[in-house]
Design a protein around this ligand. Sequence first.
Ligand code: HEM
Length: 541
Amino acid sequence: MSIQSTILRVGRKTLLADVVTTPFLLRTHSLHKTATSGSLRVAAEHSGADDLVPPAIEVGDVQKGTRVKSLKEMPGPSAFGNLIEFFYRDGFSRIHEIQMEHSQKYGKIFKSRFGPQLVVSIAGRDLLAQVLRAEGVAPQRANMESWKEYRDISGRSTGLISAEGDDWLKMRSVLRQLIMRPRDVAAFSDDVSAVVVDLVKRIKVLRSQQADRHTVLNINDMYFKYAMEGISTILYESRLGCLEDSIPKTSQEYITALNLMFSSFKTTMYAGAIPKWLRPVIPSPGGKFCSSWDGLFKFSQMHVDKKLADIRAKMVRGEAVQGGLLTHMLVTMEMNKEEITANMTEMLLAGVDTTSFTLSWATYLLARHPHVQQQIFEEVTQTLGGRMPTANDVPNLPLIRGLVKETLRLFPVLPGNGRITQDDLIVGGYFLPKGTQLALCHFSTSMSEENFPGADDFRPDRWIRKDQSDRVDNFGSIPFGYGIRSCIGRRIAELEMHLALTQILQNFRIEVSPETEDIKAKTHGLLCPGAPIDLKFVDRV
Ligand code: HEM
């Protein structure tokens, strides 16, 4: 450990402070607390009452004599410019493009103001890695106010997405043991495969309804139902009938509630930009939003109650209670029933559009790149012959995995993510006080030429690691986030997508329908196709 002098500037004070360089990044405010993994931390100790400097975690390289800049000095668009961009030019549907424009104009770290909110955007891969690696034990997500408001009003529990602090830690520690590792979710392989078989049948039914007998209109609608069926099979251990000709009423009601939720997205975004004191005089987005949440909770509640009744009946009959995820959670009761219901609700919500948009983009990209499609098809036939894939085959299908990674690089479902900093930080040379809202710009890092040469090209093989030197740097594209607060459903989503894409390629050659033009992405909460995608599914044999 060595001690150097550097200039730290906090607010309007510029002062000389001791800089302790150490091979470790210290996670807490005290210099002498537990060390975790490698980087540097700057800490300024008190040098008299007047010179009080908040200790800060430095997440970049420390250069001797570097002046730490204040937020005031950070570049960024003007508040008025943002107002016009988002409210007048409908920037909410172009968040991913604005992210790119702003990072090109203002650099890898810049600030933006949305009404009363100040947001610092992190748009560089290395800075992103440093910020995420420095996260504490319970990182805090940003912009969850409207979700929390609903839970406060309705008296419902939070789930993993909306919970914070100790509540979140408790739930996360239960769920991470059940679904975080590929080997945990391999147990669902047969159930998911059965859903994929139904998806293939559905493709055949839908294309038979068109004059050319090949085209499926608006493929996302079909993948939405596949994703809902797949995730429900895992979460609720029951089939919903979403891939049937006629969808059961309760499943249809859920779909309606989910659509309502996404249609109220924009108004809930506005809510964050409206100062709290103005809320009473401005129409609240609440009505639609709350009734969609009611619908989503009602659906989970119904499944949880039904499963609980089944378990109780079995116990009364003296039978052994066996089952999957929900059964396990209800038997062990590591969370209470309200918490289980809330988590089922939030996981179902998180697991449908994300997976279906990614499948839509993946098949669209395959249709537009027949050579790539052929290459992946050959890998599938060489590895499996005509056999149906299982979770155990996925490690032997690197191009299928590359297909999903490359699709998510080009179209990260969450183009950006939010955090509230829990320590004073120095990032990229700027001092960010604890409580600063961060926007992690995943879209701009994954579309950067610096991180991915030929960034606009669709190249699933760029993810095949031939040796260490070929390795694509991990933080350029992190569509599931990173670390302790990353997507808990990642392995489930991957299983659903790997198995579906493999079976689809075994059965069909995918072609672009003449009606489908160049489809651009738009942001609607998630990054989604800006227009319906119609594709042809032509039999392989
Ligand atoms: C293509 C599919 C998916 C993508 C790209 C995706 C992406 C993400 C991202 C970026 C986050 C935020 C991570 C962070 O804040 O660092 C997240 C969180 C989350 N996702 Fe996913 N997700 C997908 C599918 C799923 C599925 C299938 C489930 C259902 C089990 C799910 C459940 C969740 C939950 C519960 C969280 C909150 C985790 C927490 O706060 O602890 N996701 N997801």
